[in-house]
Design a protein around this ligand. Structure first.
Ligand code: NAP
Length: 290
């Protein structure tokens, strides 16, 4: 008889994400063990507890999920977990800090219904947050042709430059341009030649004022902020491939349905073997298969 499916939730934030817990339960996990405030030094002991308690054939019934609001901190926990595995003694893991990987995958896949990114110009407003940096990463990488030029925007140029540097660590050929968008005019300028624009700003922050609909190149506009006002003025939260002029538009809920499907499918796949590592590229590939 197969053992109950146990998911161990690692969250570096003091209060572990209730969103991540609920999605885990809704994905069919039998038991969820939630650890908030997890620090790097805590990880090895928690991982050893996961790999030494069940026989080899049952390791696939235990898996790890890494959340958190700071992508870099979560990445250190994931790296520590991987280094705590040895030989066949491992369990599957998924990383999705702030929903960044699943949301970015859903946003980019939604855009790809309408645009081929090859040699296109793409603007990612608020490209410095967990979601925005993953959107830029996916469009910069080979999964989406790797030949787009991406304007990575921030209210502070130094933050945009730092995200470009981080993405180039794993995608060395990424064509990234850091852009300061500290005013509505700068944001409007950042999209004037773009073929696609993504807005990944904090909840309730308008990033792009009306007027973007007149840009001749623009084919797709996607806003993942679900809290009014919209990140892109004029996009409705429910928009899902709605056309504003010639531009296909998506709002947060328009993207969110696919995001939830990807998230749940990933959790279910964790229990198919004990050797899966689901990070940004793997999660995107799972999204492509849905
Ligand atoms: P975040 O970290 O809260 O913010 C992203 C960026 O927004 C920040 O790096 C910051 O960039 C900018 N920002 C912060 N406050 C701002 C303000 N007052 N005005 C203008 N810009 C501001 O967001 P996230 O975790 O990456 O998530 C991005 C968005 O996706 C959020 O709105 C979140 O609620 C939403 N979300 C949607 C879904 C979905 O399914 N639709 C799923 C998950 C998350 P700079 O400081 O560099 O300018």
């Amino acid at each position: 008889m197969s053992k109950p499916k146990i998911l161990i939730q690692f969250d570096p934030d003091n209060q572990a994400s209730t969103f991540d817990s609920i999605v885990a339960i809704d994905s069919g996990v039998d038991q969820l063990l939630v650890h908030g405030g997890v620090m790097e030094d805590d990880v090895q002991g928690l991982v050893h507890g996961a790999i030494f308690t069940r026989g080899m054939e049952d390791l696939k019934s235990t898996a790890l999920f890494f959340g958190g609001s700071n992508v870099a901190v979560t990445e250190t926990l994931v790296a520590k977990a991987k280094s705590s595995f040895f030989g066949p003694m491992q369990v599957s893991l998924m990383a999705d800090p702030n929903g960044s990987n699943t949301t970015a995958a859903a946003a980019v896949l939604s855009a790809m219904n309408h645009i081929n990114f090859a040699n296109k110009e793409v603007t990612v407003l608020a490209g410095t947050g967990p979601v925005g940096m993953r959107i830029a990463h996916l469009i910069a990488g080979p999964a989406t042709t790797g030949s787009a030029t991406i304007n990575v925007c921030s209210r502070k140029l130094a933050k945009a430059k730092e995200v470009c540097r981080q993405i180039r660590i794993t995608v060395p050929d990424a064509q990234l341009i850091p852009v300061e968008t500290s005013s509505p005019q700068q944001a409007a300028d950042s999209v004037c030649n773009a073929h696609a624009v993504f807005a990944a700003g904090a909840a309730g922050a308008e990033l792009l004022p009306q007027g973007w609909e007149n840009n001749k190149n623009l084919q797709v506009a996607i806003d993942v902020n679900g809290v009014p006002p919209a990140g892109i003025a004029g996009i409705h939260v429910m928009d899902k491939a709605e056309k504003h002029g010639n531009i296909h538009c998506y709002g947060a809920i328009g993207v969110g349905g696919l995001k939830m499907k990807i998230h749940k499918r990933c959790i279910q796949m964790l229990f198919e073997s004990n050797r899966q590592t689901l990070e940004v590229e793997e999660i995107f590939a799972i999204g492509q298969s849905i």
